[in-house]
Design a protein around this ligand. Structure first.
Ligand code: HAM
Length: 424
């Protein structure tokens, strides 16, 4: 085959699409239960929205963006994440003029030029939430509990929550200066990658998995011990609200996120069964982002969950989502005359809500029965010359194999009763 889907992208085919639909349905259900409303923003934005040039340098913005020039010479970027777009939209549409806080969620594809591997793709899908215009630590706990509740709906109950506070514009610069000084002193023990990060993004050093770096990192100054009093207070409050909800967490002062806008609360839920790409969802506060994007002091908090990773986690635990492919009824056709009658019946059954299929390949009865089996049909309706002459059809229960002749005029009513009985 000459053509392949681009590296790092996936075709999602049936029956797997049923799982995606199930996840999306549950997401709509759970998020609206928490009073979050769906927002749909463009897949591409002006590049400057993501490349704001403030804060730490991050790989996502520096190396991983799909950026291109359109025919009008504008620089556009396929969105690598959803938060910046949501805040842009909140500001552009003056949502701040309405009753607050604003609670939004989104589901959709994101794009990052990363090295593809298990759980890491170039086009992947996130479902995410953003709660805007409140700095209430109870909302931090709500956001976290919302993510956990959603995972529970899919049968994922025992995943570890890592929690940190990354401080604010007041206390973080002092901490970063302290960290830089410490890392510079211990530079010789660090890997080349970390060495190069000391100046450009010292916080990312804390994320290095290299063994030698680990011992330096473990003795590094901790952000949680360098918070200003208001950040410290906020962090304690978040914990107390999580305690009220009886949500277990692990405070991890080494947790740093891959985007530059975080302030205060940062969190991640990991599944160790997933290997290197083990974070199912992550997020935090971004109280300075609206200022950067639109000169407005509006706090916010949110998270995003990787749908592909959620599916991998379910697979690793052998959890099957309750989805079913197939049909209720299959019409087995014998002969050209019967086909016309069947085609009419097919339409009637479908319009009455039965998932129904018939043969379109002129196959023999045996093959048609096999198709019915493959589609998990509860009943097949057999219509041939004999039946037509009697204005009837034979109904076969595919599980028990029992057959019954029914007048075509009564067929719809009978099927309703039979299928209802089956479902009870
Ligand atoms: P993020 O940590 O960059 O945060 O991504 C969130 C989640 O998206 C990850 O935990 C992971 O499950 C999934 N993910 C990220 N990159 C990939 C990839 N290349 N392939 C597959 N899955 C991936 C954000 O995007 C923030 N916008 C989250 C947020 C919302 N913070 C505040 N509000």
């Amino acid at each position: 085959m000459k053509f392949k889907a681009p590296r790092g992208t996936n075709d999602i085919l049936p029956p797997a699409t049923l799982k995606w639909q199930y996840i999306e349905e549950k997401t709509h259900e759970v998020f609206s239960n928490y009073n979050y409303h769906e927002i749909r923003t463009p897949i591409f934005e002006y590049t400057e929205l993501f490349q704001r040039g403030i804060g730490e340098v991050t790989d996502i913005v520096e190396k991983e963006m799909y950026t291109f020039e359109d025919k009008g010479g504008r620089s556009l970027t396929l969105r690598p994440e959803g938060t910046a777009s949501v805040i842009r939209s909140f500001l552009e549409n003056k949502i701040y003029g309405q009753a607050q806080p604003t609670k939004y969620y989104y589901i959709g594809p994101m794009f990052r030029y990363e090295r593809p591997q298990s759980g890491r793709f170039r086009q992947f899908h996130q479902l995410g939430v953003e709660a805007i215009a409140s700095n209430d630590p109870a909302l931090d706990a709500e956001i976290i509990s919302l993510g956990i509740r959603l995972l529970q709906k899919f049968g994922l109950n025992e995943l570890e929550l890592n929690l940190n506070s990354v401080g604010c514009q007041e206390c973080r610069p002092d901490y970063v200066a302290k960290l830089k000084e410490y890392l510079t002193k211990n530079k010789e023990q660090l890997c080349d990658n970390c060495k190069s990060r000391i100046e450009r993004s010292p916080l990312r050093v804390l994320d290095c998995k290299n063994k030698n770096c680990q011992s330096v990192i473990n003795s590094a100054p901790k952000i949680t011990e360098n918070l200003c009093s208001s950040c410290d207070e906020h962090f304690k409050e978040v914990q107390s609200y999580l305690d009220i909800l009886e949500i277990d967490y692990q405070i991890n002062p080494l947790l740093v996120r891959g985007l530059d806008y975080y302030t205060n609360t940062a969190f991640e839920i990991k599944d160790n069964a997933l290997g290197a790409q083990d974070t199912i969802f992550g997020g935090g506060r971004y109280n300075g982002l609206a200022e950067e994007i639109g000169n407005r002091d509006v706090p916010g908090i949110g998270f995003a969950l990787g749908i592909e990773r959620l599916l991998l986690s379910l697979e690793a635990k052998d959890i099957k989502l309750p989805v079913e492919a197939g049909v209720d009824l299959y019409i087995t056709v014998i002969g050209a005359k019967a086909k016309r009658e069947s085609f009419k019946l097919l339409d009637k059954l479908r319009s009455s809500g039965f998932k129904t299929e018939m043969d379109y390949l002129d196959r023999g009865v045996g093959s048609q029965m096999k198709s019915a089996d493959r589609m998990n049909a509860e009943y097949t309706i057999i219509i041939g010359e004999d039946e037509l002459n009697k204005n009837a059809a034979t109904i076969r229960n595919m599980k028990s194999g029992t057959e019954k002749e029914i007048k075509l005029t009564n067929l719809l009513e009978e099927m309703k009763q039979l299928v209802a009985k089956e479902e009870n």
